[in-house]
Design a protein around this ligand. Structure first.
Ligand SMILES: NC(=O)c1ccc[n+]([C@@H]2O[C@H](COP(=O)([O-])OP(=O)(O)OC[C@H]3O[C@@H](n4cnc5c(N)ncnc54)[C@H](O)[C@@H]3O)[C@@H](O)[C@H]2O)c1
Length: 390
């Protein structure tokens, strides 16, 4: 695969192999480091990032992750001789909003002069924390450095890398934000041990997505190691994360601002977002919604001759092995409006990715490749939704 220039290095601390994946963006380039038991080393890695040192470190986390890992991260940063403060906000997507942003911004700015333009913000948490901390870093004092320490599988393989930051508005998700690339991303797969299973499974949905659009061998790996992944085996997770970060890094390096290839990451999201919106957030996890969206999109691809029936069956089988839904019947508690074709089509036409009333779909082209199609018609969408009836 193009641009997967992953380097391997042994950590002195343990015999695990730490993988470093570069994100190539000219002056804004950075490395994503993936390994096990990295938390204690974060401080020394930060010190190495910037020779003239950061003046202070603000650690942004949420109320679930903070009690688990903030003390260890704080100790690691302080051990490296850096002053640091933790700011925590209540966990959950419902708090990824301007009210929380304003409260965190004021708490951090109240630390001035300790917080200044040479300070660093760190995000310690899932995608909600990463998006919030990144947006704070993009905007405080007109932009300061940012390092992500993701703690969910979804954030490890997707949200932590690529520089999209922001918060939700009443008008929709992620509508207020900025591109602000991190200086580094440090992924410690050990932190996933405490992650609730449904969150782990949700992240596996994004891994399947990456594999289908860019790396068929990654799909083989997911299929072969499904049970180790579901039991949160650290080494297996680290391997999957590194592969997935390499895919995301290659896409972001080629198209930082989503003017082309990066849109392929929306595979499964056209119908997936509609299901999430119709169900009300919380009725279905993001990974579950994307899984259903991928199954539906595969049916459109099959009808267009872009994939074979065998490919379609392979995708469905892999998702099921990873405990992801492939039919409405797999989510019995999903509200009926989230399965209603007319409701879903109405939402898709209002999605920010719908251009002039045309619903755009990312469709697989074989396994390991995909393309964006702007000409998907209503009959095809109906057929795609019908496949979810089982
Ligand atoms: N910036 C991007 O490119 C990008 C990409 C994809 C998704 N996102 C965003 O990511 C968000 C979803 O991220 P998420 O799925 O990580 O959700 P999340 O951040 O809400 O985390 C899910 C839950 O798990 C808890 N948690 C996190 N890590 C834990 C751990 N190690 N142990 C125990 N509990 C833990 C959290 O407190 C939360 O309750 C959405 O807001 C989405 O918009 C951003």
């Amino acid at each position: 695969m193009k641009n997967s220039r992953a380097k391997w290095s042994s950590t002195a601390k343990n015999m695990n192999v730490t993988k470093i994946i570069p994100v190539s963006l000219g002056r804004r380039s950075y490395d994503v480091t993936v390994g096990l038991d990295l938390l204690d080393d974060v401080g020394s890695r930060l010190a190495a990032l910037r020779p003239e040192r950061f003046s202070n470190v603000g650690i942004v986390t949420d109320s679930h992750v903070g009690p688990l890992y903030a003390a260890a991260l704080l100790a690691s940063v302080r051990k490296a001789g850096l002053a640091a403060t933790v700011v925590e906000f209540p966990a959950g997507e419902q708090n990824k909003n301007l009210t929380t942003y304003a409260s965190l911004a004021e708490r951090l700015l109240a630390l001035r002069p300790a917080i200044d333009r040479r300070s660093l913000l760190m995000g310690l948490g899932g995608g909600v924390v990463g998006d919030m901390a990144g947006f704070l870093a993009a905007t405080l004092l007109r932009g300061i450095d940012f390092v992500n320490v993701p703690t969910t599988l979804l954030a490890d393989v997707d949200a932590s890398t690529g520089g999209k930051t922001g918060v939700d508005s009443q008008a929709g998700k992620n509508l207020i934000g900025a591109f602000h690339q991190p200086r580094a991303v440090l992924v410690d797969a050990t932190l996933l041990k405490s992650l609730p299973t449904e969150q782990l499974v949700s992240g596996l949905g994004e891994c399947v997505k990456h594999a289908i659009i860019r790396d068929q061998a990654a799909l083989d790996f997911l299929e072969q190691h499904a049970s180790a992944l579901l039991s949160a085996d650290g080494a297996t997770l680290a391997e999957v994360i590194a592969r997935n970060v390499a895919i995301k890094a290659a896409i972001v390096s080629a198209d930082e601002r989503e003017s082309g290839t990066r849109a392929l990451l929306n595979f499964g999201h056209t119908i997936g977002h509609a299901v999430e919106t119709a169900g009300g957030y919380g009725a279905v996890s993001h990974g579950q919604a994307v899984a259903l969206g991928m199954v539906a999109a595969c049916r459109i691809a099959l009808r267009r001759g872009l994939i074979t029936a065998e490919h379609e069956a392979r995708v469905t089988r892999t998702l099921a092995l990873l405990h992801l839904p492939t039919r409405w019947a797999d989510l019995p508690a999903l509200p009926s409006q989230a399965k209603d074709a007319a409701t879903l089509k109405g939402i898709m036409l209002h999605d920010k990715k719908a251009l002039a009333g045309v619903v755009r779909f990312v469709l697989p082209v074989g396994l390991g490749d995909a393309a964006l199609f702007a000409d998907v018609n209503t009959e095809e969408v109906d057929a795609a939704l019908a496949v979810l009836q089982g």
